[in-house]
Design a protein. Structure first.
Length: 234
């Protein structure tokens, strides 16, 4: 089950990501040895393989736009990248120049979009930071068109000896270097806590199913911790 000890208030998350925005991309690629790029590209490959045409896309918790950039290769009519951090969106604005892209500061639990607006909603490494996950899932279901998909790329709470070894790196090494390089006192310590206090993949899928989604595809990308899950509106 999900723990509730980590502060995920909108104000806390917003301030944290504003603080680390300038170094966010560099540290992501450093700590994952750029494997995170492959995970995002595989989402696009999956959709192409399924011949799923997404004319209208919402990349939620889009951050600096790494997933947004990959999604643009699907040739959508429109893609909205939404995040609560203006600083992250500023990085994305400088990085991606495309007339089909619109940047919006938006809270996942109160999306400023009409019903049935999108063919596809994606969330790359963001949903574990949502303060109100069930409310956010209901909002996502509301803005998705009939037959639309929700794709989650996320780090989930794992178990077993491999997870314990990884947690040593994730809970000690990454915070030590991440906090220093980003000049944040807590951001990369929070990162470990946000995963350790999150759902397991199984529990998360159950939560989504109880909120109107059904699983189409699920893939373990790394040690059962990093997973890609494709949902359809049920």
């Amino acid at each position: 089950m999900e723990h509730t000890t980590t502060d995920k208030s909108k104000e806390k998350i917003q301030a944290m990501f504003d603080e680390i925005a300038p170094t966010y991309d560099k540290l992501n690629h450093l700590f994952t040895l750029k494997i995170d790029i492959k995970w995002r590209r595989e989402i696009v490959k999956y959709l192409i393989g399924k011949k799923f045409h997404a004319a209208d896309i919402l990349d939620l918790a889009s951050g600096t736009g790494d997933l947004t950039a990959e999604l643009l290769t699907l040739d959508p009519k429109k893609i909205i990248a939404a995040d609560i951090s203006d600083k992250m969106l500023e990085v994305q604005r400088a990085k991606i120049k495309d007339t089909r892209l619109q940047l919006v500061n938006a809270d996942s639990s109160q999306l400023p979009f009409e019903d049935d607006s999108f063919d596809l909603v994606t969330i790359g490494f963001g949903i574990r930071n949502f303060e109100l996950i069930e409310k956010s899932l209901n909002e996502i279901r509301r803005v998705l068109k009939r037959g639309g998909k929700l794709i989650i790329l996320e780090m989930f709470k794992g178990s077993g000896i491999k997870t314990k070894i990884f947690n040593l790196y994730f809970g000690k090494v990454m915070p030590f270097f991440g906090n220093r390089i980003s000049k944040s006192k807590y951001a990369y310590s929070y990162l470990f806590k946000s995963v350790d206090g999150f759902y397991s993949v199984k529990d998360f899928i159950n939560l989504c199913q109880s909120n109107g989604f059904k699983v189409e595809y699920s893939k373990n990308n790394f040690l059962g911790i990093v997973n890609t899950i494709v949902f359809e509106v049920s």
